[in-house]
Write a protein that binds this ligand. Structure first.
Ligand code: UD1
Ligand code: CA
Length: 451
């Protein structure tokens, strides 16, 4: 049987306290690339072929449960009532372990950088009969990690740092914490784990020695340190962000996007950049952005929840908010904010404009300083601007309002009623001119000051 055909239960441990984050928010809900750490882990496990996934949370952590369900609706949640160690945490999911899946993967909710292929690599030896597979790595600084005790290439045991002798501490091959376990053995091995050690905890790592004593084979999968990077504090969170950004930028460039200065562009886990997209320096992509081939995102733009069609130009200094849909070859210029608005093909919004809850037809031109007044403090209203319409500069469009196809709105208008197609609307007072008024005014002003 190949490992993909085998059933696989993934258990994500997330009952830690995360004290060092100094946060009101549970550690695993902190985000990297705009997705919670536990969200990343659940997504990767699903890609790696987990057929059932469980998350072990601490008591009262409904927020973690909610986030886990948002990421993976059929996830199973188990509460670890007391934090008695990693083996004890895994056994909180006893109910699903009892179903004896072919493979069991143990992952950590605060270790978000493990790649899909790596979980596959971790599972692979199970298909060949190994009882336990340990994710191993060679850290720059091994202190604090469990050490892998090997002989003739065989993994014999894992010794936690606190329990290790000086000689054992000199071992540089360490436990990344993540494991794969043969499903029909998992409960037997875990139930034999005791807590006679320096921390008085039930260590998951003890199952290696237990498996060996029962005559089973164990294996290791060596991975780069980056993948087992765990987040315990804000500095490690920033490190995780840096590493994930590097991956996302590389993937975007490999897919044919130009990032002029990649280190200045921030992507989200789900940012999609088409071929020949150009992203200038200093652009931030929040979640939910799709940029179709050939569009250009100029510097200092901030985009989230937006779709940008082929050949469109955004920025510099543009802000696209959720629900912005920019049509092919449309242009969004500097200091323009667009929310929940469809901008038609070839439409132009070149400067200093707010469009919210609107639709703008193809080839329409929205002048500088146009504002859709979409909110009265209680409700939001829509503005519809037709194809080829021309909205003069500094106009306020008080929604709900419709500007017909091909209509003109004079500069400085306050438009409160709909404008028919091809009409001109002047929503402002007539200009008044008083010849010589300024001369008279200055004379009076000087006299009053006694000059
Ligand atoms: C663990 C490993 C160690 C490895 C290191 C890698 C054990 C005993 N040790 O140590 O060999 O080098 O990871 O980072 O497994 N958790 C619970 N409930 C508990 C205890 C832990 O859910 O009762 C969760 C934590 O939230 C965390 C994970 O399990 O996500 C690991 O626990 P942690 O206490 O950080 O283990 P380490 O001491 O780092
Ligand atoms: Ca840890």
């Amino acid at each position: 049987m190949t490992s993909t055909a085998r059933s696989c239960l993934a258990i994500v441990l997330a009952a830690g306290e995360g004290t060092r984050m100094k946060s009101d928010k549970p550690k695993v809900l902190h985000q990297v690339a705009n997705r919670s750490m536990v969200g990343h882990v659940l997504a990767v496990l699903t890609e790696a072929g987990a057929t059932k996934t469980a998350v072990v949370i601490g008591p009262g952590r409904e927020d973690v449960e909610k986030e886990a369900r948002k990421s993976l609706p059929n996830v199973r949640i188990f509460v670890q009532r007391e934090r008695l160690g990693t083996a004890h945490a895994v056994l909180s999911a006893r109910e699903v372990l009892a179903e004896k899946p072919d493979d069991v993967i143990i992952a950590f909710g605060d270790t978000p950088l493990v790649r899909t292929e790596t979980f596959a690599k971790l599972r692979a030896p199970l298909a060949g009969g190994a009882a336990v597979v340990v994710m191993a790595f060679e850290p720059k600084d091994p202190s604090g990690y469990g050490r892998l005790i090997t002989a003739d290439g065989q993994l014999l045991a894992i010794r936690e740092h606190k329990d290790a002798t000086e000689t054992e501490r000199s071992i540089t091959l360490c436990n990344g914490g993540l494991m794969a376990i043969q499903g029909d053995l998992a409960m037997t091995l875990l139930d034999k784990v005791g807590n006679d050690n320096a921390k008085g905890e039930y260590y998951l790592t003890d199952i290696v020695e237990i498996a060996r004593e029962l005559g089973h084979r164990t294996a290791i999968a060596v991975v780069p340190e980056e993948e087992v990077h765990g987040v315990n504090d804000r500095a490690q969170l920033a490190d995780a962000e840096r590493m994930i950004q590097k991956r996302l930028r590389s993937a975007a460039m490999a897919a044919g996007a130009t990032l002029v200065a990649p280190e200045t562009v921030f992507l989200s886990y789900d940012t999609s950049l088409g071929q020949d997209v150009i992203v200038e320096p200093h652009v931030v992509f929040g979640p939910g952005v799709t940029v179709e081939p050939g569009a250009v995102i100029h510097s200092f733009s901030h985009l989230e929840g937006a779709r940008i069609a082929s050949g469109a130009g955004i920025g510099p200094f543009a802000r696209l908010r959720p629900g912005a849909a920019i049509g092919p070859k449309a242009k969004v210029g500097n200091f323009v904010e667009i929310k929940n608005t469809d901008l038609g093909a070839g439409a132009k919004v070149s400067h200093l404009t707010y469009l919210g809850d609107a639709s703008v037809g193809a080839e329409a031109n929205i002048g500088a300083g146009t504002i859709t007044c979409n909110y009265d403090g209680y409700n939001k209203y829509r503005t519809e601007i037709g194809e080829g319409a021309f909205v003069g500069s500094n106009s306020s469009l008080v929604a709900p309002v419709i500007i017909g196809d091909g209509a003109f709105v004079g500069s400085g208008s306050v438009i409160t009623e709909s404008v028919p197609a091809d009409a001109l609307a002047l929503g402002r007072g007539r200009q008044v001119v008083k010849e010589g008024w300024a001369v008279e005014f200055r004379a009076k002003a000087k006299a009053a000051k006694g000059k």
